[in-house]
Ligand binder design. Structure first.
Ligand code: IMP
Length: 417
């Protein structure tokens, strides 16, 4: 499977970092194609845990990464990631598209201003400047990496920013520009043609992992707008955001937790409050990798996942954190929403009002290190019957195979079904 897209099926934080690092073993290139430093892809190697914000987590397996033009590029975060990664792995080769739009301190300040202006309707953004960078990009006022490196257009872009945003830009203007120029110069040797690089890998039989950021329900068009991010997060974005055609994506692996989480505001039909949610949050360390915020927790939502599988043309599911859900006497799954049949509510106005209907299943015993060792050795058949029933119910209801099951935090804590 030469071109593999790894896509979040929920509201982000599904464990895509670990999933794509696992799927990229033996692959030749890892590509980020959307989002920005709002993402926090955590990957655990032996006892070391790395949280990467700009580089694909799959680079721990490929040591060769690319950042496509669909990414909102925060150069400071990129170099921080690179330093962290190289300390653990040695040299990592990175190619960055010159067309990627830069996130600067202006966009971060505007992120805070916009959230303030939204008041009670605030989205709960990560404050990484994503929305304002998208405003600039699609308003054709954006500052791309090439605009700093080939500066013919630079002063006209900054003039427009100054006219629009006045005092916000003036503050420390010179300093900020000097920092951006310095970072861009540091990035200059890494700049290259990402789509050509991917094509070359695919043409010579290499495997390329396209690692999505955020999740389907945060997609700008298909998510719970306006409580979404400012990128496309669905599978076609893997092609669009990295400069290849749709036929370069041979397989779509959808990543879902065995339950649901979201951070920030917006509808969450299966949200849980109370003891079970608190226990899952603590056991799973469910705090934002980028912001440290506690994540909202809920049961698995099959109507939502059905919608996500269809939108993304999912070939197989990577179900993560079956271990985090272990040790519960009973677990629930939402099978449908009362009175809603055959479609997924397309607006948040409707989604706020749905009433989820749950089925209860018996839980399975705690999965800890000893059990993990057995499971790694013996595979799916060694998984407790109740956990297998849980997995098989998901497959039946979604019509997609659960091919990979995450049983722990490390990259190789996976069983294949
Ligand atoms: P923004 O992408 O920072 O503008 O935030 C918009 C919404 O997307 C907020 O609800 C964020 O919490 C959410 N979000 C953005 N990135 C991630 C992520 O990587 N994981 C989970 N939620 C995210």
């Amino acid at each position: 499977m030469p071109g593999v897209a790894v896509i979040g099926l929920q509201w982000g934080d599904e464990g895509k970092g670990k999933a794509s690092a696992y799927l990229a073993r033996g692959a030749s290139l890892a590509v980020r194609f959307n989002g920005g430093a709002n993402a926090g892809h955590t990957v655990t190697l032996d006892d070391r845990s790395l949280s990467l914000h700009m580089l694909p987590a799959a680079s721990v397996s490929t040591r060769k990464a690319a950042i496509g033009p669909g990414v909102y590029l925060d150069l400071e975060e990129l170099f921080r990631d690179l330093e962290r990664l190289e300390k653990v792995l040695g040299r990592v080769e990175v190619t960055i598209s010159p067309r990627a739009h830069l996130v600067t301190p202006l966009q971060k300040k505007l992120d805070a201003k916009l959230e303030e202006a939204r008041g009670g309707a605030a989205i709960g953004t990560t404050m990484r400047g994503i929305g304002p960078t998208a405003i600039h990009k699609y308003g054709r006022l954006g500052l791309r990496l090439c605009d700093v490196l080939e500066p013919e257009l630079l002063s006209s872009i900054l003039d427009v920013w100054a006219r629009l945003w006045g005092d916000l830009v003036k503050v420390e203007e010179e300093d900020v520009l000097a920092v951006i120029r310095g970072l861009a110069e540091r990035a200059r040797p890494l700049v290259g043609d990402v789509s050509k690089l991917i094509r070359a890998q695919l043409e010579t039989g290499g495997t390329v992992v396209f690692e999505g950021a955020q999740g389907t329900m945060l997609d700008i068009d298909y998510g719970t707008y306006p409580f979404v991010t400012s990128s496309h997060t669905v599978s076609p974005a893997a092609a669009l955001g990295s400069g290849v055609g749709l036929r370069s994506i041979d397989r779509v692996i959808g990543v879902s937790k065995a339950y649901t989480t979201r951070v920030g505001s917006g509808p969450f039909p299966t949200e849980l409050k109370g003891e079970v949610a608190d226990a899952l949050r603590e056991r799973g360390g469910e705090y934002g990798a980028t912001t440290g915020r506690p994540r909202r927790i809920g049961w698995l939502d099959l109507p939502q996942l059905r919608y996500a599988c269809q939108l993304n043309d999912v070939d197989a599911i990577f179900l993560t954190r079956i271990d985090t859900l272990s040790g519960q006497s009973r677990v629930s799954i939402c099978k449908d929403y009362e009175g809603v049949e055959g479609f997924y509510p397309e607006t948040v106005q409707r989604l706020w009002k749905v009433r989820p209907r749950f089925v209860e299943l018996e839980g399975w015993p705690l999965i800890e290190e000893d059990e993990r060792r057995v499971l790694r050795r013996e595979g799916y058949g060694a998984l407790h019957g109740n956990a297998r029933r849980f997995v098989e119910l998901i497959e039946d209801e979604l019509g997609a195979p659960v091919k990979y099951i995450g049983i722990g935090p490390r990259v190789d804590d996976v069983i294949e079904k």
